[in-house]
Design a protein. Structure first.
Length: 295
C-alpha cells in the first residue's frame, strides 16, 4: 500500500527562504504521484493538534521545521501508528543531524521515501511532555528562553551562542537534588543538567557524544557550579564534545531521572520551553516512536 504523507510546515522556521521549500516539496510529491497534503501552522503548539488529527489518516507525518516543530509533531503522534518524517529547515536541526539528514532538500526528500524506519526512544517529563532529543534544566533552559530574541537577527548556532553568553552574565546557580533510577542521589549546586536522548542540542552543542536514540538509556550530562570566565573559556569544548574531560563535567546513564530544587527552574525540551517547576520526573520510553532515518 502506498504511504500517504502529511507535511506540517512551520513558516517561521527558515523564513529567510520565503517558503521556497514548500513549492519544492509539492513539486517532488507531484512528480512521484505521491498521496500527500501540506498545511502551514499559524501559531505555536498548533502542530501538535494537527499531527494528532492526521495520525489516523496518514502513514507518515512530516515535520517541516526545526527541533521545536519536530517536538510538537512527536507530541501529536505518540501512541499512534504514524511514522515521523523530518525535513529540517529550522535554526538548530540537531535531531535531523542525529538521523542523518543534511539540510539539502532534495537529499532529505529522497530519504523520506527511501530511508530506513527505525524505532527510537522518547523521554517523558512529569507524565506530560514528550521529547525526542534532549531536556535541559537550569542554565540551558534559561538560554533557550532568550534564543528567540536573537533569532530575529541571526540564526542557527550563532543565535544560540549569543543566548548562552547573555545567560552566562546573569545566571544564578541553584542547588538541586538529582536521583538516578531511584537509587543514586547527588545534591549540589549546578550550572546545568542535560538529560539527553540524542547527542547534540542548542544548534550544535555536542552535550552527550555517547548518547544513542535507540539504546534504552538517557545519557545525563551534569556540570557543576563554575566561575563565569571559566565557563566562557571552555565553552568551545561543548561544540566539539571534548568538555567531558573537564573535572566539573560528569556523565551518567539512567532510565529515570528526578531533578528537584527549592527554586523554580526553567527548562527546555527539544528547545521548547516548559513551565517553571521545582520537580522534574523524566522517564525513558524505549522504542516508543517510528522515525524515517538515513542510517
Amino acid at each position: 500500500m502506498d504511504k500517504k504523507y502529511y507535511f506540517i510546515v512551520n513558516p517561521k522556521a527558515g523564513e529567510r527562504r520565503k517558503l521556497s521549500h514548500l513549492s519544492e516539496i509539492q513539486s517532488f510529491c507531484q512528480g512521484r504521484n505521491l498521496k500527500y497534503e501540506t498545511v502551514l501552522t499559524k501559531q505555536p503548539k498548533e502542530a501538535t493538534n494537527l499531527a494528532r488529527k492526521a495520525a489516523h489518516r496518514f502513514e507518515v507525518i512530516v515535520a517541516v521545521g526545526g527541533d521545536g516543530t519536530i517536538n510538537e509533531v512527536v507530541n501529536g503522534i505518540v501512541d499512534s501508528s504514524a511514522i515521523l518524517g523530518t525535513i529540517p529547515i529550522g535554526s538548530g536541526n540537531d535531531f535531523a543531524k542525529e538521523i542523518g539528514l543534511s539540510r539539502n532538500l532534495k537529499k532529505d526528500l529522497k530519504i523520506l521515501l527511501e530511508g530506513k524506519i527505525k524505532e527510537v526512544d522518547l523521554g517523558l517529563v512529569n507524565n506530560q511532555y514528550y521529547f525526542i532529543n534532549g531536556l535541559g534544566v537550569g542554565f540551558d533552559g534559561e538560554a533557550a528562553s532568550r534564543v528567540r530574541k536573537f533569532t530575529k537577527y541571526i540564526s542557527g548556532y550563532p543565535a544560540y551562542l549569543m543566548a548562552v553568553l547573555r545567560t552566562l552574565a546573569t545566571y544564578k546557580f541553584r542547588k538541586v537534588k538529582i536521583t538516578f533510577d531511584h537509587e543514586h542521589i547527588i545534591e549540589k549546586q549546578i550550572l546545568l543538567v542535560a538529560t539527553c536522548n540524542g547527542k547534540a542540542y542548542g544548534g550544535g552543542f555536542n552535550v552527550a557524544p555517547s548518547a544513542k536514540i535507540d539504546d534504552g538509556l538517557f545519557t545525563v550530562c551534569l556540570v557543576d557550579k563554575v566561575g563565569r570566565f571559566y565557563a566562557l573559556r571552555h565553552l568551545p569544548k561543548f561544540t566539539k564534545g571534548t568538555h567531558l574531560k573537564l573535572p566539573e563535567v560528569h556523565t551518567f546513564t539512567a532510565k529515570n531521572v528526578i531533578i528537584e530544587s527549592e527554586d523554580e527552574l526553567q527548562s527546555q525540551a527539544d528547545g521548547e520551553l516548559l513551565p517553571l517547576s521545582k520537580r522534574f520526573s523524566i522517564d525513558l520510553l524505549p522504542k516508543k516512536i517510528m522515525v524515517i532515518t538515513e542510517k
